[in-house]
Design a protein around this ligand. Structure first.
Ligand code: FAD
Length: 455
């Protein structure tokens, strides 16, 4: 199926389903556009298929199929062949505009989903094999509670009964009063340093979401229990708030900047499957030193772990990976540190530097992108294609030049820079010494440099 670059994932999934077809692997949020999803390597969770991003077969910026445009000809080309396609599959938008993409679809199929909770004692051993056991497996990890939510999710025959829907709670239209109350509560706990209160609040939040089946319903209306069986187009992705009522912001997407709702950082790093076990064990060691330091991520449904296949894209994943998606409180005042600021900074540096993780191109903070391009052995090929398609750098920016290692670096050094992830601290001034936060080594990963509260 061929769609325009500006089509949303929701439109793509809907049009495919009308034709009795399905996109098997895709991000969970269907508000992404086809162009944005391709440019950043957006993904769902699976070790099957052809690797991130999605299953596109070709993309182009016009109707001509001229492969090597000369300098003075319109650069409208078909990216249907390697090496161009391997550059275009994850391009950060610097090659030009993706105007059309052709996807390889599959006949519409059904899935059966069950979320099951366990303690996290054997998570390090289970995490990698679990990804091969279920086609659409993922894991939500609540380290502070020592709990893990395994998503057992597989294709099943189309004659299985069930018309389930996954309308993920976190993507639904939410009353702005509720968003405001939640944010106020979180800000209060942060401001008073009430770590215990934050843990109680996170336990309450995770229980409430679990009782509601995380947004799953067995028939589109009610959640009556597992398994939930439904068609792929109703299970893989959602985004209820995209279609929310036009009600003068009485309701909104939880992260809508026009209302005082969620405001967070998101550190998302893919770690090679061969290193994932050691990384999990390191995080567990850090957690064991102080479990309540991790309650903050549980307010955002824990650490989401997803399986991502390696890709031939030059800027794609080099190996099969486990992707760790960590969402956490961000103050509106960049000079104000988070409660247990140091702990998630240490996890971030561990993932990126000790375990050589690849940051998601469409998420993360500056520190994740500083020198990142050294992790991509085929960057030379990518830049060659970029120079052919856009020799004048019309589609590049200061940021993409920094990230791609062309000019400058992604880190910004100034007072308090580590708090916002603009830098890794190397001196106390990069933290908040006036508030008692100093630049110190990590507790488990000693090479980390993190803003630690002392005294
Ligand atoms: C609520 C939410 C949930 C998310 N869930 C997931 C998830 O499940 N999995 C995941 O991997 N990611 C997820 N993301 C991250 C998301 O995939 C990226 O932020 C993605 O880039 C967003 O797509 P967009 O259409 O908004 O692109 P934009 O943010 O508009 O653009 C992203 C990049 O793509 C380039 N670009 C956009 N369109 C084109 C085009 N037509 N031609 C060339 N370049 C183009 C832009 O220049 C830019 O560099 C989520 C984000 C949100 C906000």
């Amino acid at each position: 199926m061929t769609v325009e670059g500006g089509a949303t994932l929701k439109e793509l999934v809907g049009a495919a389903a009308e034709a009795g077809m399905a996109l098997p692997y895709a991000p969970y949020w269907w508000g992404v556009t086809v162009g944005g999803m391709l440019s950043t390597g957006a993904h769902g969770s699976s070790l099957r298929g052809r690797g991130a991003p999605c299953t596109s077969t070709s993309s182009r910026c016009g109707s001509s199929h001229q492969r090597r445009p000369q300098r003075d000809t319109p650069r409208c080309v078909g990216w249907g062949w390697p090496p161009d396609l391997d550059a275009a599959k994850v391009s950060l938008g610097v090659l030009g505009i993706i105007s059309q993409v052709t996807f390889k679809l599959q006949p519409l199929f059904k899935r059966s989903v069950t979320f099951t909770e366990k303690d996290d004692a054997d998570l390090a051993d289970q995490a990698v094999p679990f990804g091969s056991q279920h086609e659409f497996a993922d894991i939500a990890w609540y380290p502070g509670q020592r709990k893990v939510l395994y998503r057992i999710d597989d294709r099943i025959p189309n004659n299985a009964s069930g018309n389930g829907v996954f309308d993920f709670i976190g993507f639904r239209s939410t009353a702005t009063l509720v968003l405001f109350a939640n944010r106020l509560a979180e800000e209060g706990l942060e401001a008073t340093g009430n770590a215990d209160g934050r843990c109680q609040y996170s336990r309450l939040t995770t229980s409430a979401i679990a009782i509601a089946g995380y947004g799953l319903t067995n028939n589109g209306l009610l959640f009556t229990g597992y398994p939930v069986v439904g068609f792929q187009n109703k299970i893989q992705s959602s985004g209820g708030c995209l279609d929310g009522p036009d009600d003068a912001l009485l309701t909104a997407c939880p992260w809508d900047p026009r209302v005082r709702g969620e405001f967070f950082h998101q550190t998302t790093v893919s770690i090679s499957l061969s290193k994932a076990k050691d990384f999990i064990q390191d995080v567990q060691k850090l957690r064991d030193l102080n479990p309540e330091a991790f309650c903050g991520v549980e307010l955002y449904n824990g650490i989401l772990m997803r399986y991502v296949k390696s890709s031939s894209a030059y800027l794609g994943k080099q190996d099969d990976c486990l992707d760790f998606d960590i969402t956490y409180y961000r103050s509106h005042d960049p000079a104000v540190p988070r409660l247990y600021e140091d702990v998630l900074e240490e996890v971030e540096q561990m993932a990126l530097f000790k375990y050589g993780g690849m940051p998601h191109w469409g998420k993360n903070r500056n520190v994740a992108f500083d020198g990142v391009i050294a992790k991509y052995p085929k960057i030379g090929e990518f830049l060659r294609v970029k120079n052919e398609y856009d020799p004048q750098g019309l589609f590049s920016s200061e940021w993409t030049d920094q990230v791609l290692g062309i000019k400058g670096r992604a880190s910004i050094y100034k007072q308090g820079c580590a708090l916002e992830g603009l830098c890794t601290c190397s001196e106390d001034a990069h933290c908040a010494p006036d508030r008692g936060y100093y630049c110190r080594p990590g507790k488990v990963y000693k090479d980390a440099r993190v803003c630690t509260k002392s005294g």
